[in-house]
Design a protein around this ligand. Sequence first.
Ligand code: SF4
Ligand code: SF4
Length: 423
Amino acid sequence: MSSKPLGTGSPALIGPKRTAFQWLTTLTVVSLPFLQIGGESLLRLDLPSLTLFAFGQRFPVTDLSLFLPLVIALTLLFLLVTLAFGRAWCGWSCPQTTLVDLVEWFARKIGIRVKAGVMSGRIVRKLILQLFCMGLSLLVGANLVWYFIEPVRFFSELARGELHWVALLTLAIVASVTYADLALLRRLLCKEFCPYGRFQTVLVDPGTLTLHYHPSEADRCIRCGACVRACPTGIDIRDGYQIECINCGRCLDACREVMARRQQTGIIRYSFGLDGHGPKALLNLRMALVGLALIGIVTGLVVAVTQREPVALKVARNSELMPRSIANQQIVNFFTAYLTNRSSVPLEIQLQLVNQNNDLSLSGPVKLQKIEAQKKMRLDFAIQSKAVNSSRPRPVELQVSDASGQSMTHVTLYLVQPMDKHD
Ligand code: SF4
Ligand code: SF4
């Protein structure tokens, strides 16, 4: 709220900080697929195996016990960031804004005039700009594909002309849509079509970070219009909060520069609500509920990941071999075990019966088996036992253990009396 005179130095601008942040996020998004941990991309969704590789962890998409909490956690994080920082995402991190900023920067560099998103200049310069947009769009398309196919494989398959047609089609569609956006829509997309902007108006909270022209200081405004000229979406922040505002802060810098010449502070500021509570304005019920839910889900997810058994075991009754009676009032039940090595190293495993009575025996390839990292294995086995009560299946505990007999996971099976009457 201060209107005290400034010194004669340049005002502190946030534009360079915003640009640095945009570069940081852009380089992170572009380089993530190139970075590896444990021989695998830092972040990649492998479609053939339906596995999400994220920061050294593997999340099978089909394993909803892990994947669902992960999706919920990301959604809650998105909600929390939106509640706290509003459309700061749009102005500071959104790839759309960064790409349009880059296009506008390039346009100015080659002598095209840019005003509130509208470009005017010679046709040759506009053609050069279109080529720049095409190159940028291809990079965006390829970058997306790298989150599914490792960049090294992508380039080698592309060079040999063996890149899968789905990858090529994805690249072509994303590049075309991006080009249409950069060539035709640009800021119009943020103003009119972006669903996040509409979504944000529902979420905006009295404590959310927004840019404000402080009405209490309106008498200091010299009506120079610098804030309006600087605005990429062409709005006037003095009219109050508007859905088109992407929180980029250009009006703030423009006002600071104008007012600095008069040795005064700017009138436009970022603030958490209008009441001057600062970040304390974020201490409200909505933030608390979303924050607590996020902490709960993330804690559960961390526990689930750290406690997760290295081997997944599913057992089904062998559909081709029915339970059968054999000599000496013995019966045999046939099963198939489906094992998955979830870890990143090969494992030696064996199947064992837990607390087995002397009348039970396990047969089949149940002794030590090597199962490669992230691979599946099928084992057909049989359990021989004495006859069981035909109305009460007998529960039996089967475990997967390592070479030393240490249990990795277990499952309960039920032995049933055969339908035949040979006993
Ligand atoms: S009003 Fe200010 S913060 Fe909002 S879009 Fe325009 S320049 Fe950016
Ligand atoms: S830049 Fe500042 S002084 Fe100039 S019109 Fe905008 S709010 Fe008023």
